[in-house]
Design a protein around this ligand. Structure first.
Ligand SMILES: Nc1ccn([C@@H]2O[C@H](COP(=O)(O)OP(=O)(O)OP(=O)(O)O)[C@@H](O)[C@H]2O)c(=O)n1
Ligand SMILES: C[C@](O)(CO)[C@H](O)COP(=O)(O)O
Length: 244
């Protein structure tokens, strides 16, 4: 939870906090093409510290301490064979199920969720395949917060000043009231299913924006190291952060 004066109140409790263990699932979305990276292949397959970006991400979620029961990996529909080759080449043995992605992140998440039909209850994390550095504590805290509140996403305070745009030019925004949203984004399974039955809107940029009309989103303090690999310099930063 954030502790500054603009902390979001815990709007209402979706489920009372308890030490009862709950089932955990994860959907790793890696169905994008990486246009902003401009590489010769989707950025999730690029090498980071000796192995594909996606291998790092999968390993974070397969940490036995998290006890994720089912790991679904969503890939571009024309890249399934590539991933199989990479798994053999790099000896990637993390147990996971591969699902074909869609034209948008929303469609990829929906396809991943459709794979969890056998599951009746629990908390599901949606995580960008291109966030390979997420600390264990952030994943755990987001699962726990979603168990207690129904919907929880990791977010950080902006470090830079922020300006909005208008017809005259631009104007200052109060950054203490803003948060930069990361993944994981964790949800009660039934809630996420309901949200993804609604039509896709062009305003959806993440899962919180899909769910928020149905349920308040609880923010968990994220981590500046939880980079999303988007443009070439992000890969350099990630390499530096992984250096012992
Ligand atoms: N149709 C899509 C689009 C995106 N994603 C995934 O959503 C995450 C965040 O998206 P982004 O960083 O925008 O990835 P890309 O869409 O690949 O990048 P770009 O927008 O530069 O093309 C990534 O792990 C990406 O693979 C996905 O699963 N399916
Ligand atoms: C989901 C996300 O990573 C949260 O910050 C982000 O919204 C993805 O946006 P992108 O435009 O697909 O990179």
């Amino acid at each position: 939870m954030f502790t500054d004066s603009y902390d979001f109140p815990p709007f209402h409790t979706y489920r009372v906090s308890s030490s009862t263990p709950f089932s955990r699932f994860a959907i790793i979305v890696a169905g994008g093409t990486g246009t902003r990276m401009g590489a010769d292949r989707p950025k999730q397959f690029l090498e980071l510290a000796g192995e594909p970006v996606l291998a790092h991400t999968l390993r974070r979620f397969s940490d036995p301490g998290l006890d994720v029961q089912e790991l679904v990996l969503v890939l571009p529909s024309d890249q399934l064979a590539t991933w199989q080759i990479l798994c053999e080449q790099y000896g990637i043995t993390v147990p996971h199920t591969v699902v074909k992605g869609g034209a948008t992140r929303w469609a990829s998440v929906r396809n991943g969720l459709a794979h969890l039909t056998a599951q009746t209850s629990g908390v599901v994390a949606v995580h960008d395949g291109v966030r390979p550095l997420t600390p264990h504590a952030i994943i755990e805290a987001t699962y726990q917060a979603a168990y207690n509140h129904g919907a929880a996403v990791a977010a950080v305070v902006p470090k830079d000043s922020v300006r909005g745009l208008n017809q005259q030019g631009s104007y200052a925004l109060n950054r203490s009231r803003l948060r930069l949203v990361q993944t994981p984004q964790c949800f009660d399974l039934a809630l996420l299913r309901r949200a993804y039955q609604l039509p896709e809107l062009t305003t959806f940029t993440d899962d919180a924006s899909v769910v928020e009309d149905l349920h308040p989103i609880h923010l968990v303090e994220g981590d500046y190291r939880n980079l999303k690999i988007t443009t070439p310099e992000d890969l350099l930063l990630a390499e530096a952060l992984l250096r012992p």
